[in-house]
Design a protein around this ligand. Structure first.
Ligand code: QAP
Ligand code: CO
Length: 167
């Protein structure tokens, strides 16, 4: 399975709304496999299909120490989110080198199709809960820097454009 090119902020394609997956077929399984390879190669903990320019509701995550517990979420829906929130330091494979605080629900319940095509419920807190919310934002065309102040965002944009010109 080949690894995929990751779109970099401020690429406008990162703001595309993803469509639900109709059936978990061989094509979707191949996409998931390529996304996992891409995430592991880039040493990320999460990747949304949007970031590889595929505008379908597919997310891969692995927050395990051993990098051996992949979580695949297809058509994820948040069923419940705690009213308690926390500001966590986040980064993003589409915004390399940038980390900043974003407020998120501390715990969530998510349902999603797995590779078996069945809907499963996942209860998440800690880093996993943060990561799921971050990746689901990508499917809505939202990048974490959009939660930051306009001044910070504009500085990040300038930095990213300079970086892309030097490589
Ligand atoms: C989203 O992000 C996330 O800047 C996943 O140079 C991040 O995997 C959710 C990465 C933090 C919760 C907390 C970022 C790799 C990876 C970089 C990532 C970089 C290399 C980011
Ligand atoms: Co991201």
């Amino acid at each position: 399975m080949p690894s995929l090119n990751i779109l970099r902020y401020p690429d406008p394609r990162l703001h595309t709304l993803a469509k639900p997956v109709a059936v978990v077929d061989a094509r979707v399984k191949e996409l998931v496999s390529s996304m996992l390879q891409t995430m592991y190669e880039a040493e990320g903990i999460g990747l949304a299909a949007t970031q590889v320019n595929v505008h379908e509701r597919v997310v891969v995550i692995d927050v395990s120490e051993g990098r051996d517990k992949p979580l695949v979420l297809i058509n994820p829906e948040i069923g419940w989110a705690s009213s308690e929130t926390k500001i966590n330091e986040e980064g993003c494979l589409s915004v390399p080198g940038i980390y900043d605080g974003v407020e998120r629900a501390v715990a969530i319940k998510v349902t999603a199709l797995g590779l078996d095509g069945q809907r499963h419920t996942h209860e998440a807190d800690g880093l996993l809960a943060v990561c799921i919310q971050h990746e689901m934002d990508h499917l809505q065309g939202k990048v974490f820097v959009e939660y930051l102040s306009p001044l910070k965002r504009s500085r990040i944009k300038t930095k990213m454009i300079k970086q892309s010109k030097s490589d």
